[in-house]
Design a protein around this ligand. Structure first.
Ligand code: UFG
Length: 345
């Protein structure tokens, strides 16, 4: 029988790609999402790719009673991947309590219900934001945790602590914390991808929207950083590669291969790419020009960060495979699909 995995936030950007990879690997993902930052049409995209109708429940993970009922209904779930969280750094500064409520309450509810329903394994979406501006690059999992620069970042740090404390208290529980660097791109089919709400905060959605004329100009925030070309440096990781790491993590726990009850892995490519480099790589990969201007630095931006991925490569046995060029083309392909879909609707 196929093993059941609960995917909270499974209609979101990384969640939906992970659902596809779980299906490809022979699992039965069960999606729980309240659609607060995603669209129900994502389910059609998943079905088009996999031929499988995803199981979906519209539930808010902050609702303990609804979640409890959910676990009564779907017995035999073996692992949880918890994506359900708010993720806009700027919004979190304006609405801190929304972030503490959404991100922490959902997690606490899940952790409380796991022992009650006999579920031992949880994979958590964490972020390289926990490292702040690292003193040494690339960043290993042992790099110090720096004070968070936003409530969003605080929720990721707090969530990691909450999970570690809970796993310590309940000997059956195991967790894998995945610290993502900068996920970009879309499924190569163009059936699922990122659906930014309103004006995108993140770089690549802004680039693709500018390339197709939805936005006039990309603003590059700062060209006076202490980097070769003056713009910030990030480790951009293909979303399908990232999704596959979740499948590896789930298998690792289910096959009792974890070496510790809480394991932490950096998920990146190990390569730092500057904002200017990303824009020219996009133009080269797609042949489309991206008008841009240099704007003042954005508050709270980290100057440079990229991952040391050797621990994930060796211990998890996972490595990012996709090239930056293919990843950028996948994002462009997705943007064009969205444009034609919106144009037709
Ligand atoms: N950038 C621009 N113009 C834009 C958007 C972004 O120049 O219109 C620049 C930013 O200043 C930054 C880089 O592109 O230098 C990347 O910015 P993103 O907003 O795409 O990504 P961040 O690295 O700021 O944030 C991401 C995730 C967060 C996560 C963080 C961890 O969005 O959820 O990585 O460092 F916490």
């Amino acid at each position: 029988m196929k093993k059941k995995v609960l995917v909270t936030g499974g209609t979101g950007y990384i969640g939906s790609h992970t659902v596809v990879e779980l299906m490809n690997a022979g699992f039965t993902p069960i999606i729980v999402d309240n659609l607060s930052n995603s669209n129900i049409s994502v389910l059609d995209g998943i079905k088009k790719i996999t031929g499988i109708e995803p199981v979906f429940e519209n539930i808010d993970c902050k609702d303990y009673i609804a979640l409890d009922r959910f676990f009564e209904k779907y017995q035999g779930i073996e692992a949880i991947i918890n994506f359900a969280a708010s993720k806009a750094v700027g919004e979190s500064v304006e609405k801190p309590l929304l972030y503490y409520r959404n991100n922490l309450m959902s997690l606490v509810n899940l952790l409380e219900l796991m022992p009650k329903h006999g579920i031992d394994n949880i994979v958590f979406s964490s972020s390289c934001t926990v490292y702040g501006q690292p003193d040494v690059l690339p960043v290993t999992e042992q790099s110090p945790i720096k004070p968070a620069t936003s409530p969003y970042g605080s929720t990721k740090q707090m969530s990691e602590t909450i999970i570690a404390d809970t796993v310590y208290a309940y000997s059956n529980l195991k967790a894998i914390l995945l610290r993502y660097f900068n996920p970009i791109g879309a499924h190569p089919s163009g059936e699922i991808g990122e659906l930014p709400n309103g004006i995108p905060n993140n770089l690549l959605p802004y680039v693709t929207q500018t390339a197709c004329g939805l936005r006039e100009k990309l603003r590059i925030f700062g060209d006076d950083y202490n980097t070769e070309d003056g713009s910030c440096i990030r480790d951009f990781i293909n979303v399908v590669d990232l999704a596959k790491a979740h499948v590896v993590a789930v298998k690792r726990m289910l096959e009792n291969k974890s070496e510790k009850s809480v394991e932490i892995f950096n998920l990146g490519t190990g390569r730092g790419v500057s904002v200017f480099e990303l824009v020219s790589a996009f133009e080269k990969a797609t042949g489309v020009k991206v008008p841009f201007e240099v704007a003042p630095r954005r508050d709270g931006d980290i100057e440079k960060v990229w991952a040391d991925t050797s621990y994930a490569n060796e211990v998890l046995g996972w490595k990012a495979q996709e090239t930056l060029e293919d990843t950028l083309r996948s994002a462009w392909n997705w943007e064009q699909k969205l444009m034609s879909r919106d144009g037709n609707s």
